[in-house]
Ligand binder design. Structure first.
Ligand code: GRG
Length: 314
């Protein structure tokens, strides 16, 4: 699997003329094909396969697989090598969305412009499909060959951190022990949203750093640079999400707008106001761009992706 050839439209970018739409679309097409194939060949009860397909292959951005891909290509990797990690991160992301939407969590009935999985297929099936996507993510990583142990070491703790972030966010855990609302908010964002974004970027670098192919520029410069990029991007992504929740309609978002405020959740706009939140987005975008500047033009797609995420409208 590690030697699988990259699709032609996934060749690494090395020039400065970036087609913004292709930044997400090319990796999305490739990862969707790989995930469809994985689902097709896996022996599963039909209802479970249908439920997983509904949640996994619906109209999402596929941001996290794109981050794996563009982080790997920023290090000069063959994108085919990164495919198991791209699949794994989207499987985990979709598991988290399905479980987050459940009545016991956010109790949402709209996701990606369609009924949530528990509305579509029933609550028990949504729980089980989420469980299956979690374990299928680790099945996917096994296909990464010699990189698998390092990828597992990156992804598994990130999933645990994400779940910890969810506890802080939805159950209000540790509220008293975690300092100011802003400190608490940063901790929630870092874990709930940031952990997967960080793991996606770092897995891209790991895919590039195949054992026996030591490259000092890549191994000693790329990992710290891309980790710093990911940390700023994760925070920025969630602040934008908080702003969209306040500023956009349910129809535009494809998920219920205004939920955070209605639930009395800690968000950037509620803690520091809308204008200061926008300024923080700009600050984090600058931090993203600065972090990857040592990587030169190979990181142009990552820079373009950060700009796109700062100005997204859904
Ligand atoms: C319930 C196991 C469990 C974890 C919950 C990540 C998470 C923790 C819940 C998902 C819901 C949520 C609001 C997460 C914050 C991150 C976020 C904004 C997710 C939406 O990501 P997009 O915009 O979604 O990339 P698409 O649909 O485009 O893939």
């Amino acid at each position: 699997m590690a030697s699988r050839q990259a699709p032609a439209d996934m060749a690494p970018h090395s020039d400065t003329t970036i087609d913004a739409k292709q930044l997400l679309d090319a990796p999305a097409r490739a990862v969707d094909a790989a995930l469809s194939h994985r689902l097709e060949v896996r022996s599963l009860p039909k209802q479970l396969r249908d439920a997983i397909g509904y949640a996994l292959l619906g109209p999402g951005k596929r941001l996290r697989p794109a981050l794996v891909y563009h982080s790997a290509s920023a290090c000069g990797a063959d994108p085919g090598i990164a495919m198991p990690a791209m699949e794994a991160i989207e499987l985990i992301h979709c598991f988290s969305l399905v479980h987050d939407d459940l009545p016991a969590m956010d109790d949402d009935d709209l996701r990606r412009g369609r009924p949530t999985l528990h509305i579509h297929a029933g609550e028990a099936m949504a729980i089980l499909a989420g469980d299956a996507m979690l374990s299928m993510a680790f099945e996917a990583l096994v296909d990464a060959g010699t990189a698998a142990p390092l990828l597992l070491r990156e992804l598994a703790p990130a999933v645990t951190e994400m779940i910890g972030g969810q506890v802080l966010d939805t159950l209000g855990g540790d509220g008293g022990a975690m300092g100011t609302p802003m400190q608490r908010l940063e901790a929630i964002h870092r874990d709930k949203t940031g952990a997967l974004i960080r793991a996606a970027c770092r897995m891209g670098v790991i895919c590039a750093a195949r054992p026996g192919l030591y490259n000092p520029t890549r191994d000693e410069t790329a990992m710290p640079a891309i980790t710093a990029y990911a940390d700023a991007l994760g925070l920025m992504f969630q602040i934008v999400d908080d702003l969209l929740d306040v500023e956009q309609s349910t129809a535009q978002l494809g998920k219920t707008a205004g939920k955070d405020a209605a639930a009395g959740k800690l968000t950037y706009p509620s803690v520091m106001g809308v204008e200061a939140s926008r300024a923080e987005v700009a600050r984090q975008l600058e931090a993203c761009l600065k972090a990857i500047s040592p990587l030169g033009e190979h990181a142009t797609p990552l820079a373009a992706l950060a700009r796109m995420m700062a100005t997204r409208t859904k």
